[in-house]
Design a protein around this ligand. Structure first.
Ligand SMILES: [Fe+2]
Ligand SMILES: [Fe+2]
Length: 247
């Protein structure tokens, strides 16, 4: 079952904790309640009914105006077709690259709009600004920044494995870097550190990641510091599995 908690002013975290190789791991979606409600990430295909039920505790899922994916991966968008079908006035919003690379050239026929860095979606009170963040961790990756609550939605950056509370205040930065080294989601530290500088300069009051709890302002430096000081890029492991490297 998915649980839903309002973290701050209209931003609700929908969280499902699953078993990932013997360890709990969380998948979050964020519902922004406003004149034009938005759902950021949909969860995987099999999570659709639970996520929809959680949305329905707060707003009619048929009234969603935006379904937003931050890069093309099943935990971002596995439920996109059914959320769009169920909300006739909704549109799928993503980065321009997600649209060009991953939503064109095959049989996807849904309503979609691709956005460039700096563009803003106006939900009413909340305004979502697009940040293009290539290679953090995909070519098409982007993040969102809500100007109203100073909330950053960084997708898979600032991850915390395990069963976390809705709001995390402890220093899990070094553990995050160890997790990244183990799963191998970043090719290199450099593009990630550039984005860390950029998002830090936005002075976010909240960071709502896809995996783990939301970080309030006081906990954010634990994670930015770890990303600056520790290694976290790919070093031969994929999802914990060492790869045989050619000599
Ligand atoms: Fe991802
Ligand atoms: Fe993810």
């Amino acid at each position: 079952m998915a649980r839903i908690d309002e973290i701050t002013d209209g931003i609700h975290r929908i969280c499902t904790t699953l078993d990932a190789g013997g360890r709990p791991f969380q998948f979050n979606q964020f519902l922004i309640v406003d004149e034009r409600p938005a759902l950021i990430h949909t969860g995987m295909h099999g999570m659709y009914e639970d996520v929809r039920a959680a949305v329905a505790e707060v707003v009619d899922p048929g009234k969603l105006a935006y379904v937003i994916l931050l890069h093309f991966e099943s935990d971002e968008c596995g439920g996109m077709d059914r959320f769009l079908e169920g909300a006739p006035h909704s549109v799928l919003a993503c980065s321009a690259l997600s649209n060009i690379l991953n939503l064109s050239g095959w049989n996807f026929a849904g309503r979609v709009e691709g956005h460039l860095d700096g563009e803003v979606i106006d939900l009413g009170r909340h305004k979502l600004r697009f940040l293009e963040t290539p290679h953090v961790h995909h070519w098409d990756s982007m993040m969102l920044f809500d100007e109203t609550t100073r909330s950053l939605f960084p997708s898979d950056l600032f991850i915390q494995a395990g069963d976390q509370p809705p709001v995390v205040t402890e220093n899990l930065g070094p553990e995050m870097c160890g997790f990244y080294r183990d799963v191998g989601i970043f090719a290199h530290e450099e593009p990630v550190r550039r984005v860390v500088d950029r998002v830090e300069s936005l002075d976010p009051a909240w960071v709502h990641g896809m995996h783990g709890g939301s970080l309030p302002r006081e906990a954010f430096p634990y994670f930015t510091r770890a990303l600056r000081e520790e290694r976290f890029a790919y070093e031969g492991k994929l999802l914990g599995r060492p790869l045989e490297q050619p000599a």
